[in-house]
Design a protein around this ligand. Structure first.
Ligand code: GDD
Length: 410
């Protein structure tokens, strides 16, 4: 049997997602018409003999209650949200709930970060993991040498795929092979986390460090004993000990730390739907009748005028209304948004219930590289007719009646 654990973090994380994360936890922000965390959950559905999916975080329970109950019904696999009273780190969080996780007596624990976008090749990873016979298998990918420093960099044995060396976000280049934040472990992982925790306790007892001092210094020797990071505290010391192995993906992989990346990843998931679940995509066959440039997601309750032209990479959420002659490209339109006649939206995320006036343009400046410069409107923003908004972040409840460029509208 297997259990899946998805680490969702908490409100102190995801601040780069403001203003979108002001009224919804980052893991529930919509990508390709579904909450971010929905994509790894769907991938877990393919794991053989899966008993449970746990989401572990330190958000309030009620923020996940609705989503967790609807997804459990839909998937016919129980999905539960487990709340930590405070952050315990990416390994400590899982350890905190070890008794619950072990209740189903799993032989394998799948551990996934919620803020990565990939094809989650979990079944292929499991086959490799069983072949290697180690305690853990890490999904890895080659990235450009210039971008590798943002991730855990690692060295693997080219023949056996054993993890030989691991450094989290190193200051000097180690390797262009990086940690994707997707793992399979045997229950032995809990013993490894416990060992780190016990070592810390011994150290702290001999030094009497307050937990305030520990957190602010971030030094691993002075961290609280129950705060354990998977990367620095587990993967680094266990590298080269024939316990951890790597599985390299050749598919797409991205990390979702900014709204710009969520727009890019929305497009990647839409393209994946084309292969895995094309019925989810709008096809312009008369059901929605607007001109569709693939790939596009339109929620069944959204109303799209037949003369609108939509795509590529557009997702339109529930109850949105898209008027005549509107052009949408590379954007996410959230619930209840109204876009009036002949408005143009490019490289933007339009927050809940916002309204865009006739002939207005919401857009991003210059060449868009998926990381910088997209326009984000918070909830209930009103953009009046014939206004141009370029590369701006607009906080909730604002009304814009003049054109603005590269500003944060507070
Ligand atoms: N529940 C809970 N509690 N979740 C947490 C906690 C915690 O205390 N701390 C982090 N997380 C979650 C985050 O929400 C995220 O899903 C995941 O754990 C990893 O977060 P971080 O520890 O902040 O690391 P990172 O995202 O900067 O980098 C990690 O992921 C990269 C891949 O995206 C590292 O493992 C890198 O090596 C890796 O390349």
């Amino acid at each position: 049997r297997a259990v899946a654990v998805i680490m969702v973090g908490g409100p102190t994380k995801g601040t780069r997602f403001r203003p979108l994360s002001l009224n919804i936890p980052k893991p529930l922000i919509s990508l390709a018409g579904h909450p971010m965390v929905h994509h790894p959950i769907l991938a877990c559905k393919r794991i053989p003999n899966l008993a449970q999916i746990y989401l572990i975080g330190f958000y309030e329970e009620r923020e996940f209650a609705l989503y967790v109950s609807s997804i459990s019904n839909e998937l016919k696999v129980p999905v539960k949200y487990l709340r930590e009273d405070k952050p315990h780190g990416s390994a400590g969080g899982m350890f905190y709930f070890r008794d619950l996780i072990m209740e189903d007596n799993p032989s394998h624990i799948f551990l996934l970060n919620c803020d990565v976008c990939c094809s989650f090749p979990l079944v292929e990873m499991l086959e490799a993991h069983n072949r290697y016979g180690g305690m853990g298998t890490i999904l890895v990918i080659k990235v450009s040498a210039e971008s590798a420093y943002q991730f855990g960099e690692l060295v693997a044995d080219p023949t056996t795929n054993e993890l030989l060396h691991y450094t989290e976000k190193p200051e000097t280049f180690v390797s262009d092979l990086i940690n994707c934040g997707v793992y399979i472990f045997t229950p032995g992982i809990f013993k490894a986390i416990e060992d780190v925790s016990l070592q810390r306790k011994d150290g702290a007892n001999s030094r009497h460090v307050s937990s305030f001092e520990s957190l602010s210094s971030g030094n691993s020797r002075t961290l609280p004993s129950n705060f354990v990071r998977l990367d620095q505290d587990i993967l680094s010391p266990l590298a080269g000990k024939k316990q951890l192995y790597t599985y390299e993906t050749l598919d797409f992989w991205e990390q979702i730390k900014t709204p710009g990346m969520s727009l890019k990843c929305s497009g990647l998931y839409l393209a994946q739907f084309q292969m895995t679940s094309p019925y989810l995509l709008a096809n312009g066959d008369g059901t929605k009748s607007a001109t569709i440039v693939h790939e596009v997601y339109v929620h069944p309750s959204a109303k799209v005028h037949p003369t609108a032209k939509i795509g590529p990479n557009v997702s339109i959420s529930a109850n949105a209304r898209i008027g005549a002659g509107v052009r949408l490209m590379n954007c996410i339109i959230l619930d209840g948004v109204e876009i009036k006649e002949n408005a143009v939206i490019l490289f933007s995320i339009i927050g809940w219930r916002s309204s865009i006036g006739k002939w207005s343009r919401i857009q991003a400046e210059g060449r868009y590289d998926g990381k910088l410069g997209i326009t984000i409107l918070g909830e209930d923003v009103i953009v009046e007719d014939e206004v141009v908004v370029t590369s701006c972040v607009v906080l909730p409840n604002k009304t814009l009646n003049v054109s603005v460029q590269e500003e944060i509208i507070l």
